[in-house]
Design a protein around this ligand. Structure first.
Ligand code: GDP
Ligand code: MG
Length: 297
C-alpha cells in the first residue's frame, strides 16, 4: 500500500495510551553540506508519509555557521496522529577548521535537555513539552575510505548524549560491493574508537516475525541512503521516487537498491518508542545526574 508507514501498528499497550494524545518524535540530521540532509528530510516527509504541514523556520540559504532549524509535520494514519519534528543543522563541517563543529550541536542537544529538566522541576509538571532529540542521523560521505576526523570527533563527543544512527550518504554513487565493504569499514572504525552508536535491543518475547524484522533492520546499519524528492520513470514505465542515470534508475523505496525504507521503518515504526525510552531513561538521566552533581545538588 503506497504511503503506508505503519506507526498505527505500534505495540498495543503503547498504542492504546498514545492513540488519544498522539505520538511525538524528534530527530536531527547532521553531516557535511551537500551530503543530502535536506533531501532526506523531504524524502521522509514526502509522499510516503501522509502529507503534513511544513513550517520552515528559516530561509534555505545558510551562512557559514552551524544553524539549527526544525521542520514539523503532523501526520495521521488510520486516525493515529504523529507529530514528527526534524531538526536540520546546515553548516556542519563546512569550515576551514572543523575541530569544533560538534560543539554547537552538542550545545543544542543539551539545551533541549535543560529545558526539559527545568520543566520537571516546576510545581506543575503536567504540561511538559519534550523537545529532546530522540535520534541523530549522522551522514557519512560515500568515500569508501576510513571515517574522517570530523566524523570520529562528532560521534565521540555526542554518543553519550544522543542516539546516534550513522548513514552512508548518496549510496547510489557506490556499487553494491563498495557499499558492503564501506559498511564493514565504518563499523570497525566506530568500534576502534569506542563509539556507541544506537544499539537496538532485541526482545525474545517478540513474535518470530518481529524478531526477524528487527534483526533485518539492525543488520543494515549504517543505512545506505538514497534521497530524492523527484519522481522519475523506470525503464518499465513506472513512476517512482528516485534518481535517474544513463544506465537506469535508482529507486528510493526499493529495498534491493538502498536502505531508506529500513531507516524510515526504524524511526517511525519499529524503534520509535524504544529510541524515546532510551533517550529518557539512559541519555537524559545521565545528563541530569551529571548536571545536578556539578551543581552540588
Ligand atoms: P545538504 O547540504 O546535506 O542538505 O544536501 P542537499 O539535500 O541539499 O543535497 C545536495 C545535492 O545532492 C543536491 O543536488 C541533491 O539533489 C543531491 N542529493 C541528495 N541526496 C542524494 C542522493 O541520495 N544521491 C545523490 N546522488 N545525490 C543526492
Ligand atoms: Mg541542507
Amino acid at each position: 500500500l503506497q504511503g503506508y508507514v505503519g506507526f498505527a501498528n505500534l505495540p498495543n499497550q503503547v498504542h492504546r495510551k498514545s492513540v488519544k494524545k498522539g505520538f511525538q518524535f524528534t530527530c536531527m540530521v547532521v553531516g557535511e553540506s551537500g551530503l543530502g540532509k535536506s533531501t532526506l528530510i523531504n524524502t521522509l516527509f514526502n509522499t510516503q508519509l501522509y502529507p503534513g504541514k511544513y513550517n520552515d523556520e528559516a530561509p534555505v540559504e545558510s551562512p557559514k555557521t552551524v544553524e539549527i532549524k526544525s521542520i514539523t509535520a503532523d501526520l495521521d494514519e488510520n486516525g493515529v496522529k504523529l507529530r514528527l519534528n526534524v531538526v536540520d543543522t546546515p553548516g556542519f563541517g563546512d569550515f576551514v577548521n572543523n575541530e569544533a563543529s560538534w560543539k554547537p550541536i552538542l550545545d543544542n542537544i543539551e539545551a533541549r535537555c535543560d529545558m526539559y529538566l527545568e520543566q520537571e522541576n516546576r510545581v506543575n509538571r503536567l504540561k511538559i513539552v519534550d523537545n529532546r532529540i530522540h535520534a541523530c542521523i549522522y551522514f557519512i560521505a560515500p568515500t569508501g575510505h576510513a571515517l574522517k576526523q570530523v566524523d570520529i570527533e562528532f560521534m565521540r563527543r555526542l554518543h553519550t548524549r544522543v542516539n546516534l544512527i550513522p548513514v552512508i550518504a548518496k549510496s547510489d554513487t557506490m556499487t553494491e560491493e563498495e557499499v558492503f565493504a564501506f559498511k564493514e569499514r565504518i563499523l570497525s572504525d566506530i568500534n576502534f574508537h569506542n563509539i556507541q552508536i544506537y544499539q537496538a535491543p532485541q526482545y525474545e518475547y517478540d513474535d518470530a516475525e518481529t524478531i526477524a524484522e528487527n534483526r533485518e533492520i539492525v543488520s543494515k546499519i549504517p543505512f545506505a541512503i538514497v534521497g530524492s524528492d523527484k519522481e522519475v520513470e523506470t525503464e518499465g514505465g513506472r513512476k517512482v521516487r528516485g534518481r535517474a542515470y544513463p544506465w537506469g534508475v535508482v529507486e528510493v523505496d526499493n529495498e534491493d537498491q538502498c536502505d531508506f525504507v529500513k531507516l524510515r521503518q526504524m524511526l517511525i515504526r519499529t524503534h520509535m518508542e524504544e529510541l524515546k525510552e532510551h533517550t529518557n531513561n539512559v541519555l537524559y538521566e545521565n545528563y541530569r545526574t551529571e548536571k545536578l552533581t556539578a551543581m552540588g545538588i
